[in-house]
Design a protein around this ligand. Sequence first.
Ligand code: NAD
Length: 485
Amino acid sequence: MNVTDLLNSVPTGLWHGGRSAPSESGRTFDVVNPATGEVLVAVANATPADATAALDAASAVADEWAATPPRRRADVLRAAFDAVTARADDFALLMTLEMGKVLAESRGEVTYGAEFLRWFSEEAVRIGGRTATAPGGTGEIAVVKEPVGPCLAITPWNFPLAMGTRKIGPALAAGCTVIVKPAEDTPLTMLLLAQVFAEAGLPPGVLSVLPTLDAPAVVAGLMDDPRLRKVSFTGSTGVGKILLAQAANNVLRTSMELGGSAPFLVFDDADLDKAVDGAMLAKMRNGGEACTAANRILVQNGIREAFTAKLTERVAAMRVGPGWEETSAIGPIINAEQRGSIAALVDEAVAAGATVRTGGRPVDGAGFFYEPTVVDDLPDGARIRREEIFGPVAAIVGFETEEEAIALANDTEYGLAAYFFTENLGRAQRLARALQAGMVGVNRGVISDPAAPFGGIKQSGLGSEGGSEGIEEYLNTKYIALPPV
Ligand code: NAD
């Protein structure tokens, strides 16, 4: 489909009750193409009253969906997987238009994001339980799993499809109804997905999508309503803390996928070329706008100059441009504000003595582009060493010993991902245990896999998405006490 046809085909109303509808207020807001700064299309702007209507629908069908046989729920998820895969080009182009990433990466996200639907279609029919005899012979213990009930899924803009399917897949598989509040910058992908689900046979009311510019009020209204039973959030740690406090009111189940500051360690004994390849993936994939992005590249001093020179050569060769041009290696930053934050981190570090090896500036002209950048010699107190960069900036710090590397790596309130490169097996085993992170990459720069549990520790979050662990987030455990046999 060409761009005009695609944009004309995307539902731009709120999605609830199995169809696209305007907001009760009649208000809309613009979705902007970050590569041009131009408006793509306007979408309905949900109000708290719209959210209540979506929760009415989600509650009305909750029991029926929970009682739908697992095989039938699995069939709907599998049909949605097939439909997303069949429309991979449309989903990819839509993500490139609203989020900016290059088409090859959007295609990669379609594969990754759709896989959560297939994986959880397979998990839906394996929800188990257990039985046991009470040790004293006083009775029988039966343990069953039940869907938690209506869920709210709040997603960020950086992976417009996958951050949604990673929640919707397990929730529907478990028998929960879901309301999605997509990021305001990228609501189109979720709206298209909702339409695809309806075509795949999902009953009306089971899935709603509420784009809004007023997230705090819409979300607070839903979380105050006792019919909602769960909130699953992916986004910044700051907003995660607000939601955790709000969740306390009704003691909601929560899953929190929050910010990160992944250390990427390169030791003198690493395979240099593999380490540079890994750093390119861990840092520049998705334009650096990933929670798992290598935020601090820690390099042993013996290999530091060789590594930095090779990485700089690769980064300097990346062509910046609109994601739909095949020659572009890196697209725009999501919006002007985010680009300003990246520029401020780099500018402050440089003012304090850091060295720019390549890049280091916003690109003049339309859209929100920032040059792919390598900065070295970062002073101790530099903000860029502590805060999430969320952009195409490789920040290099040297170290001498393994102990120093571990201490530097763990010196953060975050604990999402960590990576290291070494050819020494003993060191690899020590590091895999010593690094305080929910996910560790050993000699590899990409770790996400729908079949593996994705999640952080410390202030990077609570719970896991994906793997056989992911569905547990949407299931309650019930113990049924039976008399002795
Ligand atoms: P954000 O926290 O600003 O927004 C995320 C979502 O929360 C959006 O939908 C937004 O509208 C909504 N929101 C914002 N304020 C809210 C409030 N007061 N009440 C209710 N909802 C609110 O994050 P972002 O800028 O969209 O995404 C970037 C962040 O997401 C980074 O910190 C990144 O590390 C994190 N992230 C984490 C993971 C993970 O799996 N751990 C994955 C991707 C992104």
